[in-house]
Ligand binder design. Structure first.
Ligand code: AMP
Length: 159
């Protein structure tokens, strides 16, 4: 039996370019595992792991996680996926991360989403993120089930 070669892919693009949506379609179509650095960090933050607590301190300041921490986390996660096709999303984000990834694996394809700035601006204006869960909504095509203003009222009330 001939085993087909494994596919290693990376998807890149600015926030609002549709990485999440397009990744979901690609992994379904090609039978791939999706590894998103942002999702992995949020999962660690929710579980309050050592790396999650550290990551939160950077994310809360709007900063990137240092390359060495991020690279170790992602490469370690990829070790568990060595029998699968995979699609990386959000990693690499810097040249140092790209170099570290390149040393460990051969990437077959990179998808770079080129979306006009005005389109991204419109999409991000309509994007809401639930801070507690990290869930992402869009007021136009994926609104939250709970009325947003009710949610905000409750949050303000809690403060
Ligand atoms: P995202 O969901 O991809 O926008 O990621 C959320 C946050 O996690 C980013 O704003 C960064 O602070 C952090 N992050 C995600 N991926 C990386 C990465 N490859 N390198 C450094 N920081 C990252």
């Amino acid at each position: 039996m001939v085993v087909p070669p494994l596919l290693r892919a990376v998807i890149m693009g600015p926030p609002g370019s549709g990485k999440g949506t397009i990744s979901a379609r690609i992994i379904k179509h090609f039978g791939m595992k999706h590894l998103s650095s942002g999702d992995l960090l949020r999962d660690n933050m929710q579980k309050k792991t050592e790396v999650g607590i550290l990551a939160k301190s950077y994310i809360d300041q709007g900063r990137l996680i240092p390359d060495d921490i991020m690279t170790r986390l992602m490469l370690n996660e990829l070790k568990g996926l060595d029998q699968y096709n995979w699609l990386l999303d959000g990693f690499p984000r810097t040249v140092a991360q790209a170099e570290a990834l390149d040393k460990e694996c051969q990437i077959d394809t990179v998808i770079d989403l080129d979306v006009p700035f005005e389109t991204i601006k419109c999409r991000l204006t309509a994007r809401w993120i639930h801070p507690a869960s990290g869930r992402v909504y869009n007021l136009e095509f994926s609104p939250p089930k709970v009325q947003i203003f009710e949610e905000l009222r409750l949050q303000i009330h809690r403060w």
